[in-house]
Design a protein. Sequence first.
Length: 256
Amino acid sequence: MRKPMMAGNWKMNKTIDEASTLAQAIRDQVAGAETVDRVLCPPYVCLPAVSITVQGTSIAVGAQNMHWEESGAYTGEISAPMIVDLAQYVIIGHSERRQYFAETDETVNKKVHSALAHGLTPIVCVGESLEQNEAGETHAFVSGQVTAALSGLSADQVKSLIIAYEPIWAIGTGKAATSAQAQQICGETVRAAVAQLYGADVAEAVRVLYGGSTKPSNIAEIMQQPDIDGALIGGAALKAEDYNEMVRITAEVYAQ
């Protein structure tokens, strides 16, 4: 059975002091929840403080983005070697990066290769817009994103990474996909694309997260779906009580 994961994407929120306080509140309540992988993804400037706060626990830390080059004249960017001492995971290709900062399938793939080469586990994001969803283009578009992101990877590398399906129309809008819709895309599109490229064994090993207005009130139904292995959480991850409740509920679902 694939181990569930609750990954909190804090986006551009929290000062260093606020991040430490939030991480401490999460640490004190869920540090012992060993049946669920917990990953906190604060802004770059907060990575050192959060890393120190959760040190000695099984809570992991993730960065929200990275450049594919190790160093160079890339003002404002952060490379994998700069992250690796502070984090174990890195979010790559989030829809906000694609939409606002011109991320492409090509740069996502470059970042995935760089992250893996430096020992970071990528959380690779895919997802369609409302227009694409309503036009019936979800399957083809998301399959294409998965295929492009994994280009040139070995089967073992693919097994080790995380794929997060986040319908753009459900991010921060309060409008989540139904559990059936999320299951269909995570299973019949995301996992099926991996299976087509690498075979059923690899596809069954990959953890697929769902993201898009996940919260304590809907996480149980989402986590009961066979092809959904966790959540990439936005707004709810900024409240310790909400994040902790989602971890608790997930642990209960998997204990059944």
